[in-house]
Design a protein around this ligand. Structure first.
Ligand code: BDP
Length: 714
């Protein structure tokens, strides 16, 4: 196998620095140009946020240029980098930047070449200190990716206002659906011990514009709302604040009973109202910029307003009322479904919540997953997106790879996030993409938000798989600007994380960009969904049956002798009817339905002719095999990059790709053998035959899979 030339292999890295490595610029002309353009840095009147910006500039320039750049009080020579607001910086105040600062708003920034004190320099200006910090990170990203500095006219402002991570972290430091070790939050030692990781976490988030973090699991306990824990939360908030990050918590609906000793949590009970008001007072006394509550109610066993005969709006408004005077918000999750409801699970959230549009208080978001089931490798967009014009809708995506191979598989998720953001809801006619519902521009909402379920943990490299950090990065970049491309984000991340050699960046980006479709193909092609193993969701489980019906695979694939797939057309559950025209008609029509979601919307005959000319069965065989072949190609592509990556990270990725290839074949063999029991058709001879029997696959058991508290043994 050809090993590309690299004079010296890079020194091994453990991944801790993420994409903020600030390694010396390896391209001599670029380094020379940077050194000439950046001879001193001026950040006046540092507030904690400007201090953070100054510190980052110092760290980055020393690393990138290979020599520290003097931090001075005022501009004394050409090549000054000046960062500040018109209030904080005398030099910035003297520049006429109004045309840029106006659109920059509260968090945006301007980066421009400027004459400062009669000398050529570079200004990073914003209306707020946080905007300056974002501008600094943006500028440093340009340096890290070897962009020229001669023609700088950048004005950037986030499209979405609340860009948040949701940590599904428990107080015992386990992480639900977390695959990168234990929780980052060392609750036991807080508030006295402040791990240096907290600041590095804040830096990483700020560098991509993430400005909120929900510290606790949506399956919430009430303990976090007790004073003993709130002081710990306050200590974290103090670390994050300079980086523009607000802290949020999940609120257990019955906390007034469990933490407050009340007899009810009825949202209309005056005692309950008073309890939440007092709790909000207590929280804001400790954390003046507390962001608000995220609530999972009446879903998967969590308590909620239905337990008291009240609506979701009643529940959300109770908490919103307590937070409103303090400026906090409620993110009420739309992930609601009930096993007693016999209607299609995909329909239940819409049926329940769409009629409540307009019933929520002003400071309530409805937080909606990208698809109507649950973070599958591919889902159509959620029908509620676009269907509640009076309510600000916050988009929830999953960065952690619960259904996408955990932290073992390399799956770059920007294409998945983009697929949802770009999906046309048709809510205001053609050209009404989810992105414009979520950024508030279609319905004129002042509030807007996007959250990602975090993939971070205590592992040294933060996210487990060396490539998983790309998904954290991509989430932040897309929440800031949903027009960014998957390609562009992948390239940026690769350059910052591994290096700028073009011979590396191009092939590595191609590998990343193929990876999501590969995973769809070897797991759930053609619109199949929710056919993974029970509970831990690791590996295939199309045979999962018994127990709660809507947690079985049979419920979703409906395979029988006639065909496979869930009929969600008007002749079936009519989930399609929850979408706007013409999407609803398109997906309801077997001939017009995009094949990538075919089995999501239709029960299709095994012998149905697909666009390729193959039968459905043969197409399924083709897709599963194609997925496996793609992973093998990813392995080859990675091997060819050996010379460009340090040994530690190279070998780590190589070993994980080997597992991924093995598991892709496992998915393929198990699923094809299982579906074959219904189709009765042969696997075409051009494909590898399954390595083992269906019985073998069905009897595989895995214990202590991360991300779930083991319930079966021990
Ligand atoms: C599912 C997870 C479960 C979460 C739930 C949620 O399997 O662990 O609690 O979503 O989002 O994806 O509430």
């Amino acid at each position: 196998m050809p090993t590309p030339i690299a004079k010296e292999r890079p020194v091994s890295e453990d991944g801790y620095r993420l994409w903020l490595r600030y390694e010396p610029v390896a391209h001599p002309p670029t380094r020379a140009a940077y050194r000439a353009a950046l001879t001193q840095a001026v950040v006046e009147a540092p507030s904690p946020t400007l201090l953070a910006a100054r510190e980052e500039i110092g760290l980055a320039l020393a690393g990138l240029l290979g020599t520290p750049v003097p931090m001075v009080e005022q501009v004394t020579q050409a090549g000054a980098l000046v960062a500040g607001t018109p209030q904080s910086s005398r030099a910035i105040a003297k520049l006429d930047l109004r045309a840029g600062l106006e659109p920059a708003g509260a968090e945006g920034f301007v980066i421009t070449r400027a004459r400062i004190a009669d000398k050529n320099g570079i200004a990073i200006a914003a209306n707020t200190d946080t905007g300056v910090l974002y501008g600094v990170f943006h500028f440093l990203r340009r340096l890290q990716t070897y962009k020229p500095l001669d023609d700088l006219h950048i004005v950037s402002a986030p499209k979405i206002k609340r860009r948040m991570l949701n940590h599904w972290d428990n107080l015992d430091r386990t992480v639900e659906r977390g695959y990168a070790g234990f929780s980052l939050w060392d609750w036991h030692k807080l508030p006295d011990y402040i791990s240096p990781r907290y600041k590095d976490y804040a830096r990483a988030n700020a560098s991509v514009g993430i400005n909120g973090t929900v510290l606790t699991n949506v399956n919430a306990g009430a303990l976090i709302l007790t004073n003993q824990y709130l002081v710990k939360v306050a200590a974290l908030a103090d670390v994050f604040r300079p980086y523009g990050i607000r802290v949020y918590l999940t609120a257990r609906f019955t906390a007034p009973i469990e933490a407050g000793g009340l007899e009810t949590a009825d949202p209309l009970d005056p005692g309950v109202v008073a309890w939440w008001e007092a709790k909000a007072d207590e929280i804001y006394a400790l954390i003046p910029d507390f962001g608000g509550f995220v609530v999972k109610a009446n879903s998967e066993g969590q308590p909620g307003p239905h337990d008291y005969g009240r609506s979701h709006a009643d529940g959300a408004n109770l908490l919103a009322g307590a937070l409103a005077p303090k400026g906090g918000v409620v993110c009420w999750r739309a992930f609601v479904y009930d096993e007693k409801n016999l209607d299609d699970r995909a329909k239940q959230a819409y049926t329940e919540l769409a009629p409540q549009d307009g019933a929520f208080r002003d400071n309530v978001f409805l937080q909606i997953k990208n698809g109507p089931i649950d973070f599958q490798p591919r889902e159509p967009h959620h029908p509620l997106l676009g269907a509640m014009p009076k309510t600000p809708l916050m988009l929830e995506v999953q960065i952690t790879q619960e259904y996408l191979g955990h932290a073992t598989h390399l799956v770059y998720l920007a294409p998945l996030f983009k697929e949802t953001l770009d999906a046309d809801t048709y809510c205001c006619g053609p050209g009404s993409p989810v992105a414009r519902v979520v950024d508030g521009s279609l319905d004129g909402h002042a509030m807007s938000g996007m959250v990602g379920v975090a993939n971070t943990g205590s592992e040294r490299n933060w996210c487990g798989h060396p490539f998983a950090a790309a998904n954290w990065f991509a989430f932040g970049r897309l929440a800031w600007d949903h027009r960014a491309t998957s390609e562009g984000i992948a390239e940026e991340w690769l350059r910052m994380t591994f290096g700028n050699d073009e011979r590396f960046v191009g092939p590595a980006a191609a590998l990343m960009l193929d990876s999501r479709e590969a995973a769809v193909n070897y797991m759930t092609p053609l619109g199949l969904h929710h056919i993974m193993a029970r509970d831990h969701h690791y590996g295939p489980g199309p045979w999962v049956a018994g127990g709660r019906a809507d947690w079985t695979s049979l419920y979703y694939h409906r395979a029988d002798a006639a065909g496979v797939g869930f009929d969600r057309t008007p002749s079936g559950s009519d989930a399609a009817g929850q979408y706007f025209s013409p999407y609803r008609e398109q997906v309801s029509d077997l001939a017009a339905c995009p094949e990538e979601v075919l089995l999501w919307f239709h029960h299709v005959s095994w012998r149905h002719t697909m666009k390729s000319g193959r039968t459905l069965w043969d197409e399924l065989c083709f897709k599963y095999n194609h997925g496996v072949a793609s992973v093998r190609q990813m392995q080859q592509a990675w091997d060819a990059l050996a010379g460009f990556v340090d040994a530690a990270r190279f070998e780590h990725v190589k070993a994980l790709l080997k597992i991924q290839a093995k598991e892709a074949a496992w998915w393929r063999d198990a699923c094809l053998l299982y579906f074959q029991t219904f189709s009765g058709l042969p696997i075409p001879p051009e494909y590898e035959p399954p390595a083992a029997s269906l019985e073998y696959y069905m009897n595989l058991a895995h214990y202590y899979v991360p991300g779930i508290r083991e319930r079966r043994f021990g």
